[in-house]
Design a protein around this ligand. Sequence first.
Ligand code: GRG
Length: 293
Amino acid sequence: MYDLDHIRHLVELDLEARLQLTSEHSSALVEAMKYSVCGTAKRVRAVLVCAASVGFGAEINTALPPAAAIELIHAYSLVHDDLPDMDDSDTRRGQPSCHKQFGSTIAILAGDALQTLAFSTILDAAELTEQQRTDCAAVLANASGWRYMVGGQAMDMELMHRAIHDLDQLFTMHEGKTGALFRAALEMGAIVAGFSRESEQFGTMSEAGTKIGIAFQLTDDYLDATAENEQLGKPAGADSLAGKKNAVAFLGTEETRNRAIQYLNEAVEILKSVDADMTLVQRLAEECVHRQS
Ligand code: GRG
């Protein structure tokens, strides 16, 4: 039986091994990729993939390639999000952001390369069947592409300039920008365990993942308003300083917190309906809402 720390450790080792890259073209590129992936990070999305997979009875080794892939996509999104033309953030995970360390050109290219590495990690995974490789790649492409993560980011950037947020728009943006990867994490967990994209189990995990993603984002907004810089590893209060309205701007801190807990509870109820042991997924979802950074 695994616990979350053990899974996190395995994910960490696996990522480090995958990032031992040497390039005949640019050592700065591979250094920037490694810098952006390895180090202090919660690994929530990757651990969710593994926790869901083992909850359904799958071998953890089978879950590691899609777990690494989602973490690589997440790392690329953070590198690009921090760029001067996006959120213009100087720090990430308590250290200089990738473009501050390596310059914008290498940071853009490192993000690009992390994205393609994510898909080759899935497509080359001997641990998965051909069908599982195809399904995981399709799920991850859908969640991270124009319709969800990139779409949500584009919406965020546009709204920042037009400043016409309302709560519905905000949730649509969150669902794309942050929620979709959480959904994909639990969907890939079901695929690793042998379920098809048409199965009931896939649908249920998808629903739970969406709820956890929204709970995570609401918690992020709450922490942005209430935590200290050192605690977050990035500037606190960054949203309001950038003129961005997050959930706290509409709901206030207390109601934002309440809603995060409400989404968490809804996710837990959905997980309880699954005919498998989703205790670890549930614990991780609770950690997402009760975290300090
Ligand atoms: C640039 C295409 C593109 C997308 C960017 C995810 C994202 C979309 C932007 C990140 C902006 C942000 C800080 C959103 C809040 C939620 C979030 C994704 C926080 C960071 O994730 P954590 O807390 O980070 O899991 P660690 O460092 O633990 O991996």
